[in-house]
Design a protein around this ligand. Sequence first.
Ligand code: NAG
Ligand code: NAG
Ligand code: NAG
Length: 258
Amino acid sequence: MANKKLTPDSFFPAIFFAAFFSIAFVVIIAIIVTQIKPRRHIEETEFTECYEDLKGRDYRGMVNTSANGHDCLNWDELDDKYWVNPVHFPHAGLGDHNYCRNPDDDLAPWCYVDRISIGWDFCEVSDPRENCSVTTVAPTTTIGIFATTGVPELSECFGDADGGDYRGSVNTTVNGYGCQMWTSQSPHIHVYTPSNYPRSGVGDHNFCRNPDGRASAWCYTTEPSIPWQHCNIGVAGEHCETTTSPAHTSSAAPAHDT
Ligand SMILES: *[C@@H]1O[C@H](CO)[C@@H](O)[C@H](O)[C@H]1NC(C)=O
Ligand SMILES: *[C@@H]1O[C@H](CO)[C@@H](O)[C@H](O)[C@H]1NC(C)=O
Ligand SMILES: *[C@@H]1O[C@H](CO)[C@@H](O)[C@H](O)[C@H]1NC(C)=O
């Protein structure tokens, strides 16, 4: 009976084995995690077709077929046979996608296209631009105005009290003057060009906007003696009803009372 007691002789090996297996378990988990983590590496990138480098090393667009029409392979699914992978090139735009990239200083963006031969192929992406921060090509904004093709998608619905997010088509001022195009410097010279104010809704049009925090949307007038005036765009939320309201029949017309 006495030998059923836990003596120091039997106690220490038990502790020792418990500790050993705990440590071994932690080490194994740690190894698994460090093996998995690089594979799951995803760069937080805003995808854009605009890039500046002549070789496209900064290309972060979404072309995912090669110039010869092959589907690109997902970079994150490449194993060590593929020398160019997210582990070896961690800051090159590779990740959980199959978009063409140029991580290895090749001539142009490319992608792997064949798992058996480890074949790769160049991609046809748009030409580089001189300065992507002044481009008028569709910026990937969350405002949604240039969500598709770079053509403004007009909406009279806005939420900011000062009309800063107004993207409608009112193009006359409160006193009925026509608006000057934001891309024109005539009759009034100004700095509110699309390149200077890229995310404020000004563009190759003459719709009232508020790029600079005035009390309400405004525009330069086509009248040489009147520099600028506010516009009647209604109030925030006024034109945000969906089609359930019978009184609301037009969303593209200038601000009106119903
Ligand atoms: C290419 O990417 C688009 C999303 O941008 C996706 O819908 C399409 O399935 C992809 N094509 C291939 C071949 O992976
Ligand atoms: C690109 O344009 C921005 C905004 O106009 C300017 O601040 C920047 O210096 C330009 N960069 C180059 C390389 O031209
Ligand atoms: C305002 O826009 C309408 C079309 O939406 C156009 O017919 C009209 O000529 C424009 N007015 C001015 C002053 O630009």
